[in-house]
Design a protein around this ligand. Structure first.
Ligand SMILES: C[S@@+](CC[C@H](N)C(=O)[O-])C[C@H]1O[C@@H](n2cnc3c(N)ncnc32)[C@H](O)[C@@H]1O
Length: 235
């Protein structure tokens, strides 16, 4: 088994200007390391206050490269994982985007900033406690246009399909077939594939003009398990 060392919970001490400085520093660091390249995602990461998506007693750690616990069986992923996923997806203006695993709602807020009002951001969360946390965060921070749904995202979300870009943010035994089916031709999908508690493959799938799916491994990662019909546990 491998995992992360989570820092101890404590009331936050940092001020809003300190969080802003940390956020801008993190963006510069992710640019310098080559994770963050596209102007729209840079602007989104400068704008969205990650600390506001994190439970009170973990807020001071918002810009550390560590996943942090959320209400329910969930974590908010490390800061670098968002450009890791979204740059590989080539997420851009006007895209119809589906996220499986809302967690805190932070990833959905970033995606909404990138796709803009002419696009669509849909986020599915299976855990009802985590769902309520993400929904409240998104509403409080003005992201009412993100469509957030409490349900099994391993089946995708047919009512708003197809999607140009799809990500799943929990490790699956294999890429869930319904997600492949709900991807547009020319579309891209990304998510971790592998066993819980082990190093997993971050798999990128591109749907070719022929309709076939081309698959490449872009990174090695560690994520919590996907639940639901195409995950590791029923729900
Ligand atoms: C690493 S967290 C996601 C972090 C999130 N992107 C954020 O920005 O905070 C993975 C999430 O996937 C959720 N999850 C697991 N299986 C799921 C499923 N079948 N459908 C929807 N959500 C699922 C977990 O409850 C957890 O909240």
């Amino acid at each position: 088994m491998i995992g992360w060392i989570i820092p101890p919970p404590k009331p936050p001490t940092k001020t809003p200007p300190e969080f802003l400085q940390e956020r801008l520093k993190k963006v510069r660091e992710l640019e310098a390391k080559g994770f963050l390249r596209s102007p729209r995602l840079k602007a989104a990461m400068r704008k969205v206050p990650r600390e506001a998506f994190i439970p009170y007693n973990y807020r001071d750690y918002a810009y550390q490269e560590v996943p942090l616990p959320l209400p329910g069986e969930a974590t908010i992923s490390c800061p670098h994982s968002y450009p890791l996923f979204y740059e590989a997806l080539q997420l851009g203006l006007g895209h119809r985007f589906l996220e499986v695993g809302s967690g805190s709602g932070y990833g959905a807020a970033l995606a909404w900033e990138v796709v803009g009002p002419g696009g669509l951001a849909v986020s599915l969360e299976i855990d009802s406690e985590t769902f309520a946390f993400a929904r409240d965060n998104l509403q409080r921070l003005g992201y009412q246009q993100v469509v957030i749904i409490n349900g099994d995202g391993s089946k995708g979300y047919p009512p708003l399909a197809p999607y140009d870009r799809i990500c799943f943010t929990a490790a699956a035994p294999e890429v869930p077939p319904p997600l492949l089916e709900q991807l547009t031709v020319g579309g891209r999908l990304i998510g971790p594939v592998g066993k819980p508690g082990q190093i997993q493959d971050l798999v990128l799938v591109v749907r070719e003009d022929t309709g076939a799916w081309r698959r490449v491994v872009v990174e090695r990662v560690v994520y919590i398990p996907l639940r639901g019909e195409y995950g590791y546990s029923p729900g």
